[in-house]
Structure formats: structure tokens, C-alpha cells
Write a protein of this length. Structure first.
Length: 347
């Protein structure tokens, strides 16, 4: 499906401004008020209040999940680079044990080969070895783990690495991490480099998972967002999951996609990390987050934990427990946890 360009589509409420004089004129010309007429029919019921939403969330039941779309493994070299010496590598054995703990059938494993200058990697010497490590690990559990190649578009070898990595056992998709790579979406050259990686993914019909944000954990600005939307628009056949509620954390960032008609049948969003921060927020905040997912389309909301043994913010089981803190309906929760990701993965 062709995506509509973002440029020129921001709504500014002009209709309301134009209508105001007409409304004022109608009021000025109105005669004396007549008798009050009979009451009209009752309107539809309003949304549930916080107490009702809290009660609904408390009644939710989850016994596991079909697919965790956002997990990580890390080699010893990468672990040492970002965490310092002393921690062991994050392995498939540990991940599968955590999946079993949460009764999660399968997981997408994202290679950290995308890491760049924000953690001190200024060249591509670790990109291919990290992808090799993840391939070796997921191949130990081919019925449980699905590998994604970590690609840093700023490295000259990025497109070649997409081609090479997708031929490795168990590797089926591409992970882009704007913050981890340090991509500046206002730099035309870097935008072009990202577009070239999208070209390669599209040529291989490979799904992508993209972390949209800056190296400082903030949302990209309007120019950067417009440029990124342009790259997505030029690759309408690429199936993309946007990590962390379509931003580095959940806030109004996700609404930029919804308001500007950028959510299509090839657009998915995962629940990893973003929901954990707000799990004890006021119920009104959690209701808003669920509402955003409904606008996106519950059938394209994918469960994810962001689990990494060396930095376990949430295990797969804990991420399921977090979902239970939100006022989804039971049917919505079942849809999210029962989604096998096939529409995104293409398999």
C-alpha cells in the first residue's frame, strides 16, 4: 500500500477558524428563545472511568505468548564494549530459559551489530562478527529463535552486510537502531545511507524492526521525522515494526504516525520497554496509551520484552505482567499475546 507523504499533511484546525464568524452571525440574528422541546434519545455510553478501567485491568488473565518480537543477545566483545569487562555474554541458552519461564513459544533476536559511535565504535569491525554470533546462537534453537541482522547504515559496508547476513542460518530480518548508530536524520548523506539499507531489505523481502530516536534517547525533530517518513514512503513494501511504542519511550510521539496517516497494513508497533515505565502511572495515562494502540490497530500491536541478560530491564514474563496493568479488554490482550508475527515476518 502506498503511503501518503508527510509533507503538507499537518492539520492546523483551519476549519474551526473559518466557521467561527458564521456561528457568531447566527447567534446575533437569533430571535427570542422558544419553549423547550422534548428530550432527545439518550446518547451512547461514555468511556469507563478510572475505577472501571482499573477493575477491568485487574480481571485480565495471561498464560503466555506466542512470540516475543524484541529480545537481544550480545557477544563477549559487544558486552565488554558497552558494559565494561566482568559480565558474561548474553546467550541463547539463557534467553530460551527465560522464554520457558514466561511460557513464550518463540522470540525474535536482534543482533547488536548496529552499534556505532555512541558506544565508542567508529568503524564496522564488530558489525559482521556480532551478526555471526547471533546466527550461531539462534541456530541452536531453530524452532524457537528468529534472528535479525544488526546493521549500522553509517558504515560503508552496511549494504554488503545486509546481503551477507541474510544468507546466514536463522537470520531473516534487519534491525536499525537510530540511537545506537548515531544517525542524524537531518543530514542528507546519512538519510541516503539509511535509504540504501531499506533498498537492500526490500530487495530481499526482509522484515525490519526500527528504533526511532536520537542518540540521547529523545524523539527526532520534525525535520528528521519528515525525512524518515520520506524513506518509509519510498519503500511501501517493506514490513516495519517500530520499537518501543514507535518511539524511544511512550509519549505523544506515536501520535505523529497516527495523525498523519502513516500507519498502513505494513506498519507494526511493539510494546517493549515503553509500557514498563508507565505501568503504575495514573489510570488516565494508561487509558491513553491503550487508546493509541487501538488507533494503530490492535492486530498490528506486537508483544515484546526488550530482554537482554546483561541488562535485564524486563524478562519476557515481567513484560507480560506489565501488559496486565493496562486497561485492555481480554480479547485485545489475547490478540496481542496470540499474534505470531506472520504478517510482519512474512512467514
Amino acid at each position: 500500500m502506498q503511503r501518503t507523504k508527510l509533507v503538507g499533511r499537518i492539520r492546523i484546525g483551519a476549519l474551526g477558524l473559518l466557521a467561527a464568524p458564521a456561528i457568531l452571525g447566527a447567534i446575533a440574528c437569533a430571535g427570542e428563545a422558544g419553549a423547550v422541546g422534548p428530550a432527545g434519545p439518550a446518547g451512547p455510553p461514555g468511556p469507563p472511568g478510572p475505577a472501571a478501567s482499573a477493575e477491568a485491568a485487574a480481571s485480565l488473565v495471561a498464560t503466555g505468548a506466542v512470540l516475543d518480537v524484541h529480545t537481544h543477545l550480545a557477544s563477549q566483545a559487544l558486552t565488554d564494549q558497552y558494559a565494561g569487562p566482568g559480565l558474561p555474554p548474553s546467550t541463547a541458552d539463557d534467553l530460551v530459559a527465560r522464554l520457558d519461564e514466561g511460557n513464550v513459544q518463540r522470540a525474535v533476536v536482534l543482533s547488536g551489530g548496529y552499534m556505532g559511535w555512541p558506544i565508542g565504535l567508529t568503524d564496522d569491525h564488530n558489525m559482521a562478527p556480532e551478526n555471526d554470533f547471533v546466527s550461531d546462537e539462534v541456530s541452536k534453537y531453530p524452532d524457537r529463535l528468529i534472528g535479525f541482522c544488526g546493521i549500522n547504515p553509517l558504515f560503508d559496508s552496511a549494504v554488503r552486510e545486509v546481503e551477507r547476513c541474510l544468507e546466514l542460518p536463522g537470520m531473516v530480518g534487519v534491525k536499525i537502531h537510530m540511537a545506537g548508530s548515531g544517525i542524524d536524520m537531518t543530514d542528507p548523506e546519512q538519510v541516503g545511507a539509511l535509504s540504501a539499507v531499506f533498498d537492500a531489505a526490500q530487495a530481499h523481502d526482509a522484515p525490519m524492526l526500527v528504533h526511532v530516536g536520537t542518540e540521547y534517547g529523545l524523539e527526532i525533530d520534525s525535520e528528521g521525522f519528515t525525512n524518515f517518513a520520506g524513506v518509509v514512503d519510498e519503500h511501501p513494501d517493506v514490513r516495519i515494526t517500530y520499537a518501543h511504542c514507535a518511539g524511544p519511550r511512550d509519549d505523544q510521539g506515536i501520535e505523529a504516525w497516527i495523525r498523519n496517516a502513516l500507519v498502513t497494513e505494513n506498519s507494526f508497533v511493539d510494546t517493549s520497554a515503553c509500557l514498563a515505565y508507565f505501568k503504575d502511572a495514573p489510570m488516565s495515562q494508561r487509558e491513553l496509551i491503550v487508546w493509541r494502540f487501538r488507533q494503530w490497530g490492535i492486530d498490528r500491536v506486537l508483544y515484546g520484552s526488550d530482554y537482554l541478560m546483561a541488562d535485564p530491564a524486563e524478562t519476557p514474563q515481567e513484560a507480560i505482567d506489565t501488559l496486565l496493568q493496562y486497561p485492555f479488554t481480554q480479547a485485545e490482550l489475547d490478540t496481542i499475546l496470540g499474534n505470531d508475527g506472520s504478517a510482519w515476518l512474512g512467514r
